[in-house]
Design a protein around this ligand. Structure first.
Ligand code: ADP
Ligand code: MG
Ligand code: MG
Length: 253
């Protein structure tokens, strides 16, 4: 069992004009086996939450806590977060010049497990995971994120997640820029991990589309740096019909 607890989280982002407060007291708990959808309009602070969990230096926690099984995540380095079983797609650099996908995956797996994976089974695991994601074998020889299309970046993200087998995964806008076929393949990857492990997932999305493929147990609506409403899957259906208007007019009033 793993449990990620976010308590009264306040986060500022560093801007050229100084710190700007974005998160204004977020409470959220994600346990093994649960899928939580974080939804909300653009600019509501969803990515800020992901960056704060990932430990991005521009996002400064000014109050509150992030705990993984009671351990203070904010005290951990980015590597320590990964070793503790957290998968944070955005922790990885946008481009890694001169590092192939194959080497990158092996290095990441070694870092997370604390020992290098056995070569024979590892090569097979990578090849099979790539086949499941309908990725060409040639992809493994390319440099990480160099010239990747939006869809390739997302598949690479899911490939990493399938191979690293995290306890808690944070996926920010995994659906953006995917056509329907790619969305289905990527969603199948997430669902395979859900079925074959006890992963807890934080699925951040603006649109309800991906939730037709990956079914959340809980839905949290973010507005203006706070959780404005929480519920079960039915809340996502309501949002699909009604959009975010009622939250936004409430926030302006
Ligand atoms: P979401 O992911 O929900 O669209 P974000 O967390 O990206 O929201 O952004 C929340 C708010 O913080 C927005 O108003 C955005 O303009 C601001 N913000 C986020 N990152 C930065 C940054 N690096 N510099 C300035 N403002 C930022
Ligand atoms: Mg965002
Ligand atoms: Mg499961």
């Amino acid at each position: 069992m793993a449990e990620l607890q976010i308590k009264n989280l306040h986060v500022d982002v560093e801007t050229n004009d100084g710190p700007k407060n974005i998160l204004k007291g977020v409470d959220l708990t994600i346990r093994s086996g649960e899928t939580h959808a974080i939804m909300g309009p653009n600019g509501s602070g969803k990515s800020t939450l992901a960056y704060a969990i990932a430990g991005h230096p521009k996002y400064v926690v000014t109050d509150g806590q992030i705990l993984l099984d009671g351990e203070d995540v904010l005290e951990m380095s980015v590597d320590e977060r990964a070793r503790a079983g957290m998968f944070l797609a955005m922790q990885y650099p946008v481009e890694v010049p001169g590092v192939t996908v194959a080497n990158f995956l092996r290095t990441a797996k070694t870092a997370v497990d604390g020992e290098a994976p056995a070569l024979r089974t590892w090569t097979k695991d990578v090849r099979e995971a790539m086949e499941r994601l309908r990725m060409d074998g040639e992809f493994a020889t390319r440099n990480v994120n160099e010239g990747f299309s939006g869809g390739e970046k997302k598949r690479h993200e899911i490939l990493q997640m399938e191979l690293l087998r995290p306890k808690i995964a944070v996926l920010d806008e995994t659906d953006s820029g995917l056509d329907v076929d790619a969305l289905r393949i990527v969603s199948e990857g997430v669902n395979r991990l859900k079925d074959s492990s006890d992963v807890g997932i934080m699925l951040i999305t603006h649109y309800t589309r991906i939730l037709r493929y990956i079914h959340p147990d809980f839905v949290h609506v973010f507005v203006n740096g706070r959780v404005a409403e929480e519920g079960g899957p039915e809340l996502a259906e309501r949002l699909e019909e009604e959009g975010y208007d009622r939250f936004l007019s409430g926030a302006r009033a």
